[in-house]
Design a protein around this ligand. Structure first.
Ligand code: HEC
Ligand code: HEC
Ligand code: HEC
Ligand code: HEC
Ligand code: HEC
Ligand code: HEC
Ligand code: HEC
Length: 413
C-alpha cells in the first residue's frame, strides 16, 4: 500500500515534500548542497545574499567622472544609481536632475560566481533592477539588456529566469500590452527559491513518507533511479537549463522529471546552431559537450563524469583533471570507467617536455579554456566598453593558441 504523504505545504502540489524534508535524512548531501551554486542561484535579497557593497567609501577606484563611491553606479554627470541600505531593506535609488525613483532589491539571482542580477516586485509583476554586481570585476555594473546611458526599471522578467534559476513560480495571468509582449503576473507566495533536490530528482513526497514509515528499509522507494536512466535521459536532466533558452515551449519545464525526454517540451528550433564555433559558451554546456570527441567516441561520458552537483567544486582544476584521467589513462584504467587514448604519454605537449604537475595544473585551461560570452556582457564603472562574462567552453578539444600561452609561462624569463 502506498504511504500517505505528510500534510503538504509545497506550492508545487502534494507530490512534493520540499528540501527541508529531504535534508532530514540525507544529511551528508544536504550539508554540502546548501553551499553549492544551484542551491544559491536565487534567494531573497538581503545584506547577506547581495554581494555588492553598500558603504560610501571609495575603495574601488575612479571612473571617468572622478572618484566614485562604492555604493554608486554613475551613468554620466546627470544620472546615477545609489545603492542604499534602509530599515525596510536594500534599495536602488535613481537620481537624475528631475527624478528620484527607488525600488527595493527583492530577489538576488546568481550564486555570486561571476555576477548577480536583482529583481523587484511591482504588483504581481517582477522587474529587473538597472544595476547588477560584477563579482569578478568587484564593480556594480549596468544590467544586461539595459541601455548604458539612461536609467530604466521596466524590463519585465519572464518565467524563463525562474525556470532556470529557481524551483518554481506560479503564474496567474499574462498582461498583454501589445501583440508581441506580455508582462507575466505571478503568485508571489509560490516562489521556491534556489534549485532544490526535487527540481532534479522529481517529486519526493511519497518517497519521504515511505522511508519515514519504514526506517529499516535501506532501498530508496518511490524515487527515480538515476542508475537506471539512459545516457540521454541523464543528460536531459541537466540540459533542461544548460542547453540555452529555447523558444516555443510546449510544456513548462517546471514539470520535467528524470526519465522524461526534453525534446518533448519544445518545438524544434531550426535556428539553433550545431557548430561549436557558433555556439555561445553561456548556458550551452550541453550542445558544446555533445560536439566533442570525448562524447562522440565514448559510450558513457555525461555531465556526471566530471561534476558532482551536490558539492561545491568550482575552479578546483586539479580535481577536474583527475576526472579526465579516469578515461585518459596510459593503460588499464579504473573499474567501470571507459578507457580512451592517453594524452601526452611521452610527457610532451607540442614536442615540449613538461612535468606531470604542469600537465595536471593546465589540463583544463588547455582543453576547456574560458571563453568570452557574446550574449552576457556588463558595463562596469571603470571600463568604457562592456566586459564579457568568461565561461568554460565544454567543447573539449586541442586549442593550439591556449597551449602556446601555457607553455610560454613555463619558459624562464
Ligand atoms: C525518512 C528519511 C528520508 C527522507 C525524508 C528522504 N529520503 Fe531519500 N532515501 C532515504 C533512504 C533510507 C534511501 C536509501 C538509501 C540511500 O540510497 O541513501 C534514500 C534514497 C534516495 C535516493 C537514491 C535513489 C536511488 O536508489 O537511486 C535519492 C535520489 C533520494 N533518496 C532523494 C531524496 C529526496 C529528493 C528527498 C526529499 C524529497 C528524500 N530523498 C527524502 C531516506 C529518506
Ligand atoms: C535556459 C536557462 C537560463 C535562463 C532562461 C536564464 N539563465 Fe541565467 N544562467 C543560466 C546558467 C546555466 C548559468 C551559469 C552557467 C553559464 O553562464 O553558462 C547562468 C548564469 C547567470 C548569472 C551569473 C551567476 C553567477 O553566480 O555568476 C546571472 C546573474 C544570471 N544567470 C541571471 C539570469 C537572469 C536575470 C535571467 C532572466 C532574465 C536568466 N539568468 C535567465 C541559465 C539560465
Ligand atoms: C542539479 C541536479 C541535482 C540536484 C539539485 C540534486 N541532485 Fe541528487 N543527484 C543528481 C544526480 C545527477 C545524481 C546521480 C549521480 C550519479 O549516479 O552519477 C544524484 C544522486 C543522488 C543520490 C544517490 C546517490 C548518492 O550520491 O548517494 C541521492 C541520495 C541524492 N542525489 C540526494 C539529493 C538531495 C537530498 C538533494 C538536495 C539536498 C539533491 N540530491 C539535489 C542530481 C541532483
Ligand atoms: C533548474 C535548472 C538547472 C538544472 C536542472 C541544472 N542546472 Fe546547473 N546550473 C543552473 C544555473 C542557473 C547555474 C548557475 C548557478 C549560479 O552560479 O548562480 C548552474 C550552475 C552549474 C554549474 C557551475 C557550478 C559552480 O559552482 O559554479 C555546474 C557544474 C552545473 N550547473 C552542472 C549541472 C549538472 C551536471 C546538472 C544535471 C545533473 C545541472 N547543472 C542541472 C541551472 C540548472
Ligand atoms: C568518459 C571518458 C572520457 C572522459 C571523462 C574524458 N574524455 Fe577526452 N576523450 C574520450 C574519448 C573516448 C575520446 C576520443 C577517442 C580517443 O582519443 O581515445 C576523447 C578525446 C579527447 C581529446 C581529443 C579531442 C580532439 O578533438 O581530437 C582531448 C584533447 C580530450 N579527450 C581531453 C579530455 C579532457 C581534458 C578531459 C577532462 C576535462 C576529458 N578528455 C575527459 C573520453 C573521455
Ligand atoms: C569532461 C569533463 C566535463 C564534463 C563531461 C562536463 N563538464 Fe562542466 N565543467 C568541467 C570543468 C573542468 C569545468 C571548470 C570548473 C570550474 O571552473 O568550476 C566545468 C564548468 C562547468 C560550469 C561552469 C562554467 C563557468 O565557467 O561558469 C557549468 C555550468 C558546467 N560545467 C555544466 C556542465 C554540464 C551541464 C555538463 C553536461 C552537459 C557538463 N558540465 C559536463 C568539466 C566537465
Ligand atoms: C599546455 C597545454 C596542455 C596541457 C596542460 C594538456 N594538454 Fe592535452 N594536448 C595539448 C595539445 C597541444 C595536444 C595536441 C598534441 C600535442 O601537441 O601534444 C593535446 C592532445 C591531447 C589529447 C589527444 C591525444 C593526442 O595525442 O593527440 C588528449 C587525450 C589530451 N591532450 C588530454 C590531456 C589531458 C587529460 C590533460 C591533463 C591531465 C592534458 N591533455 C594536458 C595541450 C595540452
Amino acid at each position: 500500500m502506498q504511504p500517505a504523504p505528510a500534510k503538504n505545504v509545497d506550492p508545487r502540489g502534494a507530490g512534493y515534500a520540499g528540501m527541508a524534508a529531504c535534508m532530514d535524512c540525507h544529511k551528508g548531501i544536504g550539508g554540502t548542497y546548501v553551499h553549492a551554486a544551484h542551491a544559491m542561484t536565487s534567494r531573497i535579497a538581503n545584506i547577506h545574499t547581495v554581494d555588492g557593497p553598500f558603504g560610501r567609501g571609495t575603495g574601488s577606484g575612479a571612473s571617468a567622472a572622478g572618484a566614485t563611491r562604492d555604493n554608486e553606479f554613475i551613468y554620466d554627470a546627470g544620472h546615477k544609481v545609489i545603492m542604499e541600505q534602509r530599515d525596510s531593506g536594500l534599495y536602488q535609488v535613481a537620481v537624475t536632475e528631475r527624478v528620484r525613483e527607488a525600488h527595493r532589491f527583492d530577489i538576488a539571482v546568481g550564486s555570486g560566481r561571476k555576477a548577480q542580477t536583482y529583481l523587484y516586485w511591482k504588483g504581481d509583476g517582477v522587474f529587473q533592477l538597472p544595476v547588477s554586481y560584477f563579482v569578478t570585476e568587484h564593480s556594480w555594473a549596468n544590467s544586461p539588456y539595459y541601455p548604458p546611458d539612461s536609467i530604466w526599471f521596466d524590463r519585465a522578467v519572464n518565467v524563463g529566469c525562474f525556470e532556470c534559476h529557481s524551483s518554481y513560480i506560479g503564474t496567474k495571468a499574462m498582461l498583454h500590452t501589445n501583440f508581441f509582449e506580455g508582462t507575466p503576473q505571478y503568485d508571489r507566495a509560490t516562489v521556491v527559491y534556489g534549485i532544490d533536490c526535487e527540481r532534479c530528482h522529481g517529486p519526493g513526497a511519497l518517497h519521504a513518507a515511505w522511508q519515514r514509515e519504514h526506517p529499516e528499509d535501506t532501498v530508496g522507494r518511490y524515487m527515480a533511479k538515476f542508475a537506471r536512466l539512459t545516457r540521454q535521459q541523464r543528460l536531459d536532466v541537466c540540459a533542461v537549463c544548460h542547453s540555452g533558452a529555447h523558444t516555443g515551449q510546449l510544456r513548462s519545464v517546471f514539470l520535467f522529471k528524470p526519465g522524461d525526454t526534453l525534446s518533448n517540451y519544445y518545438f524544434a528550433d531550426p535556428r539553433l546552431s550545431k557548430a561549436p564555433e557558433n555556439t555561445d559558451v553561456h548556458g550551452n554546456q550541453y550542445e558544446l559537450l555533445i560536439a566533442s570527441q570525448c562524447y562522440l567516441q565514448s559510450k558513457t561520458l555525461e555531465c556526471g563524469s566530471c561534476h558532482d552537483v551536490h558539492v561545491r567544486e568550482r575552479e578546483n582544476l586539479a580535481v577536474f583533471a583527475a576526472r579526465c584521467m579516469n578515461c585518459h589513462v596510459p593503460a588499464g584504467g579504473h573499474a567501470g570507467v571507459e578507457v580512451a587514448r592517453g594524452g601526452h604519454l611521452d610527457g610532451r605537449v607540442g614536442g615540449v617536455k613538461v612535468d606531470r604537475a604542469f600537465l595536471i595544473n593546465n589540463c583544463i585551461d588547455c582543453h576547456m579554456p574560458a571563453r568570452a560570452s557574446a550574449r552576457i556582457t556588463l558595463l562596469t564603472q571603470q571600463q568604457k566598453d562592456p566586459v564579457a562574462d568568461l565561461v568554460r567552453s565544454h567543447y573539449i578539444t586541442v586549442y593550439p593558441e591556449e597551449s602556446k600561452k601555457r607553455l610560454a609561462a613555463l619558459a624562464p624569463h
